[in-house]
Design a protein around this ligand. Sequence first.
Ligand SMILES: [Zn+2]
Length: 129
Amino acid sequence: MKAVSEPVITLKNFFERAREGQLTGIRCTACGEIAIPPKEFCPACGKRAWAPVPLSGEGTIDSFTVIRVAPRSFAGDAPYAIAHVRLVEGPGLLGRVLDVPLDRLSVGLRVTFRPLIASEQTSVGFVPA
Ligand SMILES: [Zn+2]
């Protein structure tokens, strides 16, 4: 069975924009819920009526964990912190915390998005706001 439709913004688009420093969300045009792509259906109302929306990239740390034994490609960076950040627009996402000493990390810390670029790979990073 073929996919019914393409998502409004694919994960590839998301990371292309992230690489340029722009965090992009999707807003449900039916109920206004904002989510992080990709999502098939709105978790709030169950519809599929997304429109892309630029996000400020600002938020606060919800929870975090310190990675001491990293995947091989990041082994040289360990230990480092991965946080779940609640964005001011509502949705949350995981990202690597940069420029914060591990012993200064705390829930509620205000951070802002910064792309983490390693050659062809872009991932989500956060720095102190
Ligand atoms: Zn909705």
